[in-house]
Ligand binder design. Structure first.
Ligand SMILES: Cc1cc2nc3c(=O)[nH]c(=O)nc-3n(C[C@H](O)[C@H](O)[C@H](O)COP(=O)(O)O)c2cc1C
Length: 192
């Protein structure tokens, strides 16, 4: 049983980002038994990182809020999906809030030099949806942010699914995009 954690960064539960995640999960399910834990970041109460630096001493965040569940899920995951809509050419605030609160993982790795993940390198996929037709740099910022996050949380990125133009052409009329998502889901299960 592969424990897949999907960090859902869109406020729209039935939106395009969610549809893309569903297609990836369908692909994964075709390759073996999966247990999916979806975390709807928009529904959690997460305080923005206060840059207090206490995690550089303890390796933990001193804030007590819903991020606690997210830390646990990230550590326990066998595979990870981060999915977010593009807002102003970056990931949604819901997703970025969670990313910034992953600073304790940075502190553990680089300041305290401990390995929270016991050497486990889990496969991960980043899914980003943009409403506008493809434009230069549409996904660049988001990919940089998520690559850095994955590095901090012991995740090997096995592929990005970046889907432009979803406001005009939803996934229901894009079999090519759905096929791409299915293949990434299969790759997630096959990754070493
Ligand atoms: C505040 C806001 C900012 C947005 N900025 C962009 C943008 O910079 N580039 C873009 O392609 N789409 C932009 N969009 C459109 C969203 O990316 C699009 O509606 C979303 O990916 C659809 O996914 P969803 O159904 O999961 O919400 C923006 C939407 C909102 C609400």
């Amino acid at each position: 049983m592969v424990n897949i954690v999907a960090l859902m960064g869109s406020p729209r539960v039935q939106g395009q980002t969610s549809l893309a995640v569903e297609a990836v999960l369908k692909g994964a399910a075709a390759c073996g038994e999966i247990n999916v834990g979806k975390i709807w970041l928009n529904q959690l109460k997460i305080t923005p990182c206060q840059s207090c630096d206490s995690c550089t001493e303890t390796g933990c965040c001193r804030l007590r809020d819903d991020m606690g569940k997210v830390y646990q899920a990230i550590i326990a995951a066998d595979a990870l999906i981060l999915a977010a809509p593009i807002y102003f050419s970056g990931i949604s605030a819901q997703a970025k809030l969670m990313v910034d609160r992953c600073q304790p993982f940075w502190a553990a790795k680089y300041v305290l030099k401990t390995d929270v993940f016991d050497g486990r390198k889990r496969p991960g996929i980043f899914i980003a949806t943009g409403g506008q037709p493809l434009y230069e740099g549409q996904f660049i910022g988001s990919v940089y942010v998520v690559n850095l996050l994955f590095k901090m949380i012991g995740v090997k990125n096995i592929g990005n699914l970046t889907l432009p133009d979803v406001d005009n052409k939803p996934l229901t009329v894009r079999p090519d995009a759905v096929a791409q998502a299915l293949e990434l889901g299969k790759a997630l299960m096959r990754a070493e």
